[in-house]
Design a protein around this ligand. Structure first.
Ligand code: PRP
Ligand code: URA
Length: 210
């Protein structure tokens, strides 16, 4: 049986995704929404971070209690639209490192073109959370996953806001070990590789270009 994406059905996320899709949403609102949704998603994406038990002194006595065991995380946005998801995630895990991978889609071929890569030196020891609002043909995501795997990363998650059904299938086919998290799976890609209904061009809407 083929794997599917983990789709966040939380009402707050679904509500904010509706606002994000709306073509009348301004860039300022779009940035705020992308950040808020990312933070809400981060709560679930970090669910399997291991804990260790410690003992602390409260004003009333001693408590055996749990803290994160020091597991190393790296958030890696795919430039440029992935940048819109970083601060939401960092609000939850401020100690995480941040790498950057620059990939854009050639408008004619829809093939990914790499132009930048800067990752934490110890990326091979870190759990990697790749961030990109859109998973369309999955070319950019598969390329970014290949890059972090070449640097030794083993435990990789891909987090997006909206995915195309065919993109989810391709990513699972090429990287069956990578779990996909998203807030919606849309059925169709148009002839230019845009997700329909989607939300349009995520980078342009985030940064007010075009
Ligand atoms: C968008 C988006 C993804 C990619 C998805 O980036 O942020 O990276 O397209 O499409 P794919 O799944 O078909 O590869 P874009 O190429 O528009 O670059 P930008 O973020 O620099 O605008
Ligand atoms: N990139 C975007 O920004 N939007 C899409 O719908 C597809 C790729």
């Amino acid at each position: 049986m083929s794997k599917s994406a983990f789709v966040f059905d939380h009402p707050l996320i679904q509500h904010k995704i509706s606002l994000l899709r709306d073509k009348n949403t301004t860039s300022k609102e779009f940035r705020e929404l992308a950040s808020e949704i990312s933070m809400l998603m981060g709560y679930e994406v970090t669910r399997d971070i291991p804990l260790k038990e410690i003992e602390i002194e409260t004003p009333m006595g001693y408590a055996k209690t749990k803290v994160i065991s020091g597991k190393k995380l790296a958030f890696v946005p795919i430039l440029r639209a992935g940048l819109g998801m970083v601060d939401g995630m960092l609000k939850l895990v401020p100690m995480a490192r941040v790498g950057h991978i620059g990939v854009y889609r050639d408008h004619e071929t829809l093939e990914p073109v790499e132009y930048y890569c800067k990752l934490p030196q110890d990326i091979c020891d870190r759990d990697v959370v790749l961030l990109d609002p859109m998973l369309a043909t999955a070319g950019s995501a598969c390329d970014a996953i290949k890059i972090v795997k070449e640097r030794g990363a083993k435990n990789i998650k891909f987090v997006c806001l909206i995915a195309a059904k065919s993109g989810v299938e391709r990513l699972h086919q090429e990287h069956p070990d990578v779990d996909i998290y998203c807030a919606a799976v849309d059925e169709v890609l148009n002839e230019k590789g845009y997700i329909v209904p989607g939300l349009g061009d995520a980078g342009d809407r985030l940064f007010g270009t075009k």
